[in-house]
Write a protein that binds this ligand. Sequence first.
Ligand code: GLN
Length: 537
Amino acid sequence: MPKYIFVTGGVVSALGKGIASASIGYLLKSRGLSVTLQKCDPYLNVDPGTMSPFQHGEVFVTEDGAETDLDLGHYERFIDEELSQDNNITTGQIYETIIRKERRGDFLGGTVQVIPHVTNEIKERFEKLEAGNGVDVIIAEIGGTVGDIESLPFLEAIRQMRLDHGPENVLFVHLTLVPYIKTAGELKTKPTQHSVRALRDIGIQPDILICRTERELSDEIKRKIALFCNVGTDAVIDARDVASIYEVPLRFHQDGLDDIVLTKLGIEDGKPDLSVLEEMVERVKSPAREVDIAICGKYVDLRDAYKSIIEAFIHAGAENDASVNLRWVDVEEIEESGDAEKHLGGCHGILVPGGFGERGIEGKIRAAGYARTEGVPYFGICLGMHVAVIEFARSVCGLEGAHSTEFAPKSAAPVIDLLPEQREIVDMGGTMRLGAYECKLIEGTRAHEAYGVASARERHRHRYEYNNDYRKALESKGLVSSGLYLDKDLVEIVELPNHPWFVAGQFHPEFLSRPGRAHPLFREFVRAALEHAEGGA
Ligand code: GLN
């Protein structure tokens, strides 16, 4: 029987519930327990795959091809375990299942209601997760903030979970804000008290409070929160702002969070091994070198859209003993000015990330061209590979009309195109090429050199592919195909051998980068950018 920890949030959103949940996971794993994490999203979309990055931020893709909330990225990076479709529940999925059952007649004439049908369906998803796999602790984060209409069924379901499984097996952790009011010169506990009261109104008494704060929580403040919120003082955890998210679990540990969780769940504790994150934080805090990398995208005002890329650069920077400064470049501005040098001059590496839609595409193509002709290290991810191929076809192979049929359906040279099986698809949700595929790495290439193995599994999320009809022409002019998906003869990585470092992949390597184990392509890209910087360029 696994133990359950349910994490809720109050007062305001964006307090870092995902990181807090992931940190609890990391701490418990570091004490020898097997853990998994689950995210409950109260919106009606079946998954975030159809949402705009402006609405939702990054869509994280799991090994089995689920399009999930970006918190799953934090979970995987912290607990270093592969998660799956079952680790992200949405209200949309719950209702879709119930309505399908209702249409089949499964409810035998009964009235279908939020309680018990929706709540039972939610509880089943908690109970089904890792069933039989012997996981010790399931940590489930409830999206939204207490008081939201949408999250009520989830809160009711976790209230019932405590009844069904017993208080010794189910723990409620609540994340709140303790704001510092400058004019009064004081930390204020009232919002936390209100938030806990709102939870109690629906029958949930939190066991542990994690309090986000700018200043240290004094013992007096902790005692006050404990008294008003009906928890022990040792169950009030100081979650002070820290410089790096990888410091959060270390801070929680200092304040005794893992001890109290284990005591309350009646689990015998092992000695924690926090070395991975301790080393990571140490490296992040005192880098010897610096490097500037331009990220050329369309969603640059919304950093959440590139969450895993940002984290991958932190990992890669740490391994190169460097701080990676990201310069966010709006590709529409490159497009408008037509002057790549103006926006990209002086940077030591250029990354074009994944993306959708035509807006800004010529700016991305220019960025790839600038990197190629100026000898600036280039890393293309998914759409970043498409634009590299288009640019090469136009400029080096003389295929003037070269384009992707995503943007130019009647292109005279569709160097990027749909596979036949993608042409028939009508539904937008869950129908891209998704999840992990094997990529064979060709010996003697930079890709092979970076990975140091014959083949790797990488995660995908796209519809369009490098068109094999143009492969010979592009290869003959020097665009090397260095990674291949052999089953379907698809080109997964391209690179330019006569360039300091120009590598572009069809997949999303950022999803597999971990603290202490940066993704090889990010690591090598940063290394090449550092060389470029130190070469005086
Ligand atoms: N829009 C492109 C496609 O669907 C690239 C997607 C991406 O960059 N993730 O193929």
